[in-house]
Design a protein around this ligand. Structure first.
Ligand code: HEC
Ligand code: HEC
Ligand code: HEC
Ligand code: HEC
Ligand code: HEC
Ligand code: HEC
Length: 301
């Protein structure tokens, strides 16, 4: 086995080498020689990170497996990794997105958001539960080159639903339980499912990385900002218009405008049907009475 290892690795490298472009081979063949079963080289090569090397994220993994764990040279990554221990198997690789030469700007936004604050400062179970990069972007080895258009909206909605539509999760973290059902019932949810028109998905109204609580003045759904958020699509939307959408169920106490609209249309529909039915019944009874009278007159004659 001792002598078979390197030979097998060499065979693996040759096999992988055949399937990958030359530039990619150079960047990750040393790692894939041993890790091909965990990382699909073709999926990695065509992902958003296909042009960087394994060691760009796995800063603490030495190329030589006999070497001792190396300390990553980026201090910002080391500090962050210590706080991300609960969130992934390889905290250093996860923290490396915050490198100044990578996604430092996105990281700063996520760090400030309601999710990032929970991951980095919350109690251990909340820190594990709240959304961080991989919860929304999937496997680090096959990060999608972001899709655009209508398909994206449906995908984004299901992305948030993974947590915000899970009753157990909602109960545990005290979140609004009506978010998913009210979205699905809204014109936006219906349009997104039909994949037609530009209806809003979760991130159109809440943002992607800069997501805050409603009460936070930075939130896109804070009463001071929500009209502008709707206004991106509904030109000239006023604060009054913004109140026509809510994640509260249509009850008098929860969401009075929705309740009134629903009841108005229900009464209108039943009222119309009832009126037509009454009209038909009165008409039939009048015809019957007329018929009876005619019959009696004939009998008398
Ligand atoms: C000669 C074979 C070999 C090479 C080359 C190699 N590794 Fe590993 N790697 C291993 C073994 C063996 C383990 C331990 C696996 C275990 O404990 O289950 C490991 C563990 C790891 C782990 C921890 C994963 C886990 O499941 O705990 C990471 C991350 C990793 N390697 C990344 C890399 C990267 C990145 C490279 C290239 C810079 C690389 N490796 C090169 C053999 C290798
Ligand atoms: C964009 C950054 C990034 C790149 C590039 C990257 N990795 Fe990873 N890798 C991660 C992160 C983050 C994790 C931890 C995933 C988790 O917690 O679920 C990880 C996990 C791993 C593991 C642990 C085992 C597992 O089940 O996934 C191995 C092995 C590994 N990477 C090898 C590689 C190899 C080999 C390459 C190059 C082909 C590579 N990585 C490229 C970020 C990266
Ligand atoms: C709550 C979910 C969520 C979290 C957490 C999240 N993202 Fe995103 N991210 C998104 C969405 C949604 C998009 C937009 C996708 C689209 O337009 O198709 C996006 C877009 C991006 C983009 C491309 C656009 C841009 O703004 O540059 C990058 C890069 C990115 N995210 C990196 C990260 C990193 C790094 C982290 C962790 C520090 C992270 N994301 C955490 C949801 C998330
Ligand atoms: C991995 C699970 C997870 C995913 C995915 C996720 N969230 Fe969250 N979200 C949470 C948790 C947990 C909290 C509670 C944080 C806290 O209480 O500090 C939260 C809080 C929020 C809040 C504040 C809620 C409140 O009641 O104050 C909003 C708004 C929010 N998320 C929107 C979104 C949107 C939009 C998406 C999709 C782009 C999304 N979330 C994806 C787990 C998630
Ligand atoms: C049309 C815009 C719009 C869409 C689409 C939308 N929301 Fe909201 N969301 C709002 C508004 C406005 C509020 C604040 C009023 C309320 O709570 O009803 C809100 C509040 C929330 C809250 C509670 C925040 C707090 O601090 O109380 C969460 C969680 C949330 N939304 C998640 C989602 C998720 C997940 C989706 C997708 C399934 C989604 N939203 C789709 C507009 C939207
Ligand atoms: C990403 C764009 C976008 C955003 C942001 C957006 N909407 Fe919409 N909304 C649409 C589209 C598209 C429709 C479907 C219009 C149609 O079919 O007539 C729609 C339909 C509606 C409807 C149904 C009535 C109608 O005109 O058909 C209401 C009510 C509504 N939106 C309210 C809101 C509110 C309130 C906000 C902000 C909290 C908001 N929207 C944010 C795109 C958006």
């Amino acid at each position: 086995m001792q002598s078979g290892g390197p030979a097998l690795a060499l065979v693996a490298v040759t096999l992988i080498g055949g399937a990958l472009p030359a530039a990619a081979q150079e960047r990750y063949w040393p790692c894939l020689a041993c890790h091909e079963r965990q990382i699909n080289p073709a999926a990695f090569a065509t992902s958003a990170h296909g042009l960087i090397s394994c060691a760009d994220c796995h800063l603490d993994v030495p190329l030589n497996p006999h070497a001792r764990q190396s300390q990553p040279s980026k201090p910002e990554v080391v500090v962050l990794a210590a706080r991300l221990r609960g969130k992934g198997k390889e905290p250093v690789a996860l923290a490396s997105c915050a490198r100044r030469d990578c996604h430092a700007d996105v990281f700063a936004q996520v760090r400030d958001s309601v999710h990032g604050a929970a991951v980095l400062e919350g109690k251990p179970d909340l820190a594990r539960a709240a959304a961080y990069c991989l919860d929304c972007h999937g496997s680090p080895h096959r990060i999608d080159i972001l899709s655009r258009g209508e398909e994206r909206k449906v995908k984004n909605a299901y992305l948030c639903a993974k947590c915000h539509a899970d009753p157990k999760f909602i109960g545990q973290y005290g979140l609004n339980p009506h978010v998913w059902s009210t979205y699905q019932q809204s014109m936006h949810g219906r349009k997104a499912r039909l994949a037609s028109g530009g209806a809003a998905s979760c991130s159109d109204c809440h943002g992607c990385h800069l997501i805050f609580r409603k009460a936070d003045s930075r939130s896109t759904v804070n009463p001071a900002n929500v009209a502008a958020t709707c206004g991106a699509c509904h030109k000239g939307a006023k604060p009054g218009f913004a109140t026509t959408f809510s994640h509260q169920p249509n009850t008098w106490k929860g969401f009075a405008i929705g309740w009134l609209a629903e009841h108005f249309f229900a009464y209108l529909t039943f009222g119309t049907i009832g009126f037509v039915a009454l009209h038909v019944m009165l008409d039939i009874s009048a015809q019957l009475r007329k018929g009876l009278r005619r019959g009696r007159r004939k009998e008398r004659e």
